[in-house]
Design a protein around this ligand. Structure first.
Ligand code: PEP
Ligand code: MN
Length: 274
């Protein structure tokens, strides 16, 4: 059986671009931002975000409808209603949608309402979910488990690929460290390494990696400098009122300056950030 992962590394990356939509690919010269709320909370909240995001030329809206929360007492997401909101907002502003499927049963529904299926960090080795995503007709964004090695992450991607879906985007979202100063540890070297070992584009999630809005910009710049093909970013119209991950949400007012700053690093590498 075909194995996409090789152990030999050269100075060259192996990345093969993945098409997200006609005229839009990830893994090439364009670095793709995927921006939106941690959780879809209401139509108004998502609409406001969609408006600002599209005005900045960003093409992909992120947002959680099914949320894998540590505490069962925390907000669990709006479920199917959240998918309806995301797809209505995306349609109005001409955006693509990336959202998480937490179970095999959710794959058809998430495929219907989104353009990219996200598999969360906690589910990276949920093999039946990987197989179901491998049979879906959508690119799959596979987050690295927060306690998984690079090898385990790449082999999880192979479980998807073996079912016939090679439209895979790897996402480094931080791994658990010993120091609570940051929520996780952004493993920038793993971004560069994954691009040498596998053909799949690699993006970074500096929001979950740092857990602090004031560190998202430097972490994003570092990820792009390390070769990230995209960024997954959490924003909120009123960060302090976010129903999940409030501490790491960027304000909508800061987004333009943020994209300009990260864009400078992209340009230094002859790439463009959208
Ligand atoms: C998310 O991106 O919404 C999320 C839950 O992230 P992670 O799976 O990386 O914790
Ligand atoms: Mn979140």
């Amino acid at each position: 059986m075909k194995n996409n992962i090789t152990q030999e590394t050269t100075s060259l990356d192996k990345t093969k671009p993945v098409q997200l939509a006609p005229g839009l690919e990830i893994g090439g010269d364009t670095i793709i931002s995927m921006v939106g709320p941690c959780s879809v909370e209401s139509f108004e909240q998502t609409h406001e975000i969609g408006r600002v995001v599209s005005s900045l030329g960003i093409r992909v809206l992120r947002g959680g409808a099914f949320k894998p929360r540590t505490s069962p007492f925390a907000f669990q997401g709006l479920g199917e209603e959240g998918l309806h909101i995301l797809s209505a907002v995306a349609k109005e502003f001409g955006l693509l949608v990336v959202t998480e499927a937490m179970s095999v049963e959710q794959i058809p529904l998430v495929s219907e309402y989104s353009d990219i299926i996200q598999i969360g960090s906690r589910n990276m080795q949920h093999f039946p979910l990987l197989w179901a995503a491998g049979e879906a007709d959508r690119p799959v964004l596979l987050k690295r488990g927060f306690m998984s090695t690079v090898e385990e992450w790449l082999m999880a991607a192979e479980h998807i690929a073996q079912k016939g879906n090679e439209k895979i985007i790897l996402c480094e979202r931080g791994i658990r460290g010993f120091d609570p100063s940051t929520r996780n540890v952004l493993d920038t070297a793993s971004i560069a390494l994954a691009k040498k070992l596998s053909p799949f584009p690699v993006i970074a999630d500096p929001s979950h990696a740092t857990g602090r809005a004031d560190l998202v910009l430097p972490a994003a710049r570092a990820a792009v400098a390390a070769g990230a093909d995209g960024l997954l970013l959490e924003v909120h119209p009123t960060p302090s009122k976010a129903l999940s991950d409030a501490d790491q949400a960027l304000s909508l007012d800061s987004l333009e300056e943020f994209t300009q700053q990260v864009g400078l690093v992209a340009r230094a590498l002859s790439r463009e950030l959208v």
